[in-house]
Design a protein around this ligand. Sequence first.
Ligand code: 6GU
Length: 262
Amino acid sequence: MRVDIISIFPEYFAPLDVSLIGKARHKGLLDIRLHQLREWTHDVHRTVDDTPYGGGPGMVMKPEPWGQAIDAVIAEESTPPRLIVPTPSGRPFTQEVALEYAKEPWLLFAPARYEGIDSRVMAEYGPRLRVDEVSIGDYVLAGGEAAVLVIVEAVGRLLPGVLGNAGSVADDSFAPGAMAGLLEGPVYTKPPVWRGHEVPAILLSGNHGAIARWRRDEALRRTAAKRPELAARLAGQALDKRDREVLDQVSHPGDAPAAETT
Ligand code: 6GU
């Protein structure tokens, strides 16, 4: 996959040289190219922002440098990239969106500073580049750069050959499949006792069926406790009798435990 990022802070993306994404770049699985937006300004101050029409606080990014920068990048290939504009007013970036982006051969990111990019830039490229304005959560960042790092990491790890163990993608919280809609439960490694805390005995039992059931119970409990809105959506899904017992236990903790069936 090719990824281009146009920003006034290309140095912000140094972390993309590290760890999983850094290795994917070395292996040639990810071709990330950084561009300094100010290269497409023509005044002595290399101005990229101006005051907002209609008044109000802050500054807005001027359309001309963005237009010239995007034109220069997209001219390099005949098939255009998907244009992703991070903004707190975008549609939510979810695992589903990450899977959608992972199918694209080429992504172009346009992270903004200040109050955002003049809206005519999105209007200009919308029809041609399938412009997507996305938000990574309900909070406000100082700029879109950190959001680009988040999106590139979420998408990059889904690309074939990037993760050593393909199974870890299938097990992700939010991944489609048997554990769809559930948060992952707790995990443990050696030693079996650490500072008096024991690893749950079931995980040492070698009983793979019982371990899978225990993990599902823990995932259900954690989801109900930390993400009640996700747990509520589970109710309409394929839950077995034990699943429903575990969820009932979380919502009515005072009740007697369900009788063991063997
Ligand atoms: Cl994508 N950008 C900014 N500036 N703030 C955000 C965001 C993006 N997503 C959540 N907050």
